[in-house]
Design a protein around this ligand. Structure first.
Ligand SMILES: [Zn+2]
Length: 374
C-alpha cells in the first residue's frame, strides 16, 4: 500500500506543488483577520476540488473560524489537526524558490502539512482505499497565538478519538514529535510611585528596582534537570530618567514537563514577596498549553509511523521538544498523539523558513499510510 500511495503522489507532484504555492501566497498571520478569511476560502476550494468533500466552517467571534471535514464510517475515529495561520504579517515575506527549497510564509509551518492531509484523502479516493477508521480533519487559524478561539472545539472533537495526528513540521532532522513541554505565559505589572528624581527621590517608589529583583528571581526558577525553563522575554517601565518610575511590566515564557511543575512555578511567581517596600504587583497567568508527555500510547503510534516510514525508504526517529502545539491539548486529555507529521524543511518563524520539495512527497505518503495503518 505504501508504495502505491507514494507512486500516486509522485505522479501528481506538479499539481500538489501548484496547490502549495497558491496556499503559501495566501498570506495571513494570526492577527490578519480579513486575510485569514481569504485563506479559508482558498483552502475550502482546494479541499472541494481535490476531495469532493463538503467543508464545515465553525464561526468564531474573533474571526478565527475553523474548517472541518471528514471521511470514513468506521466506529473508531482519528483526529487530524492543522493550522492555517502563520507568524508572518502580510507583505513581510515573499515566496521564492531556490533549487529544491521553497521559501515562504508558513510553507513549512504548516501549510504543507495541511496540504498533505488533503492529498492523502485524494489518494485514498483515487486509489479506492477505504479508510478503516473515520477520519476527522480540523484546521484552525489561531494556533500561533495559543488557539484561544479553537481550543474548545479541538478538545470536543478529540474526546472520542482513538488517536490524534498533528501535521506540524517534524524536527529539523526529520524526527517526529512524541512529546512536548507545557507552555505558560505570565505578565507581571508592578506599581510604584512617581516622584521627582532630584527633589524628592525618597518620596518615590521605584517600580523598575522591584522589576530588577523579580527578573533575577524568575530567571533563577530555571531548572534544566527538571526540564523547566523561564525566560523573561520583555521588560518595560518608566518614562523619563528624572522621574522615579511608577510602573514596570514583565512578560515571561515558561516551559515545563509535568502538571505539578507547572503549578509549582505558578505558585512561586504568584506568591513572590516584593523586595521594594510599597510596590504592588499583579500577576496574570495566560492560558498556555499543558505538557504532552511522551506516553507509551504516543510511542506505539510512533512505532507504526516508523514501520510505514521504512516501507517508504524513510528513516527518522522521535523527539521530545520544548515547543508547544495543539497536540498538547489533546494529549493532555489522554488521547494517543503523534506530532510532526508535516513536511521536511527548517527555520519556522523566520524569514528563512523553507520546505524541501524533494522530500515533500515521501512525507505526504507517510501521513497517508499512517492514517490507514493505525
Ligand atoms: Zn505550527
Amino acid at each position: 500500500m505504501e508504495q502505491r500511495i507514494l507512486n500516486y503522489l509522485e505522479e501528481h507532484k506538479t499539481e500538489i506543488i501548484e496547490d502549495l504555492k497558491i496556499l503559501v501566497q495566501a498570506e495571513a498571520s494570526t492577527s490578519d483577520i480579513e486575510e485569514l478569511k481569504e485563506v479559508r476560502e482558498i483552502l475550502t476550494r482546494i479541499i472541494a476540488d481535490r476531495t469532493g468533500l463538503k467543508v464545515n466552517e465553525h464561526k468564531r467571534d474573533g474571526g478565527h473560524n475553523l474548517l472541518e471535514f471528514e471521511i470514513g464510517t468506521g466506529s473508531e475515529k482519528i483526529l487530524l489537526l492543522g493550522h492555517y495561520d502563520t507568524v508572518h504579517p502580510v507583505g513581510t515575506f515573499k515566496m521564492h524558490q531556490e533549487g529544491s527549497r521553497l521559501f515562504g510564509p508558513g510553507v513549512y509551518d504548516m501549510k504543507s502539512g495541511i496540504l498533505s492531509a488533503i492529498w492523502a484523502v485524494k489518494a485514498f479516493h483515487d486509489l479506492n482505499i477505504v479508510p478503516e477508521k473515520k477520519l476527522v480533519f480540523l484546521f484552525n487559524g489561531d494556533e500561533e497565538t495559543g488557539s484561544k478561539e479553537s481550543r474548545e472545539l479541538i478538545c470536543e472533537r478529540a474526546k472520542d478519538a482513538c488517536a490524534a495526528l498533528i501535521c506540524e513540521p517534524p524536527a529539523k532532522n526529520g524526527d517526529l514529535k512524541t512529546g512536548r513541554k507545557g507552555v505558560l505565559g505570565f505578565t507581571i505589572d508592578i506599581k510604584g510611585k512617581a516622584s521627582h528624581a532630584g527633589n524628592a527621590h525618597q518620596a518615590g517608589i521605584n517600580a523598575i528596582e522591584e522589576m530588577a529583583h523579580e527578573i533575577l528571581f524568575i530567571q533563577g526558577l530555571t531548572d534544566y534537570d527538571r526540564g523547566t525553563t523561564l525566560n523573561v522575554g520583555v521588560c518595560e517601565g518608566g518614562s523619563k530618567a528624572n522621574v522615579v518610575p511608577a510602573r514596570a511590566k514583565l512578560i515571561v515564557d515558561c516551559r515545563y514537563e509535568s502538571r505539578e511543575e507547572g503549578e509549582r512555578i505558578k505558585d512561586a511567581i504568584r506568591n513572590l514577596k516584593a523586595s521594594v517596600n510599597g510596590t504592588e504587583r499583579t500577576v496574570t497567568v495566560g492560558s498556555g498549553r499543558p505538557p504532552m508527555p511522551e506516553t507509551d500510547a504516543n510511542m506505539e503510534l510512533f512505532e507504526i509511523a516508523h514501520t510505514c516510514g521504512e516501507r517508504l525508504g524513510l528513516n527518522f526517529s522521535h523527539q521530545y521538544v520544548g515547543g508547544g502545539s495543539d497536540g498538547n491539548f489533546v494529549a493532555d486529555m489522554g488521547i494517543p498523539t503523534l506530532d510532526g507529521l508535516g513536511a521536511y524543511g527548517d527555520f519556522a518563524h523566520s524569514e528563512n523558513e523553507y520546505l524541501d520539495l524533494e522530500q515533500y512527497i515521501p512525507r505526504m505518503a507517510l501521513l497517508a499510510s499512517l492514517l490507514q495503518r493505525i
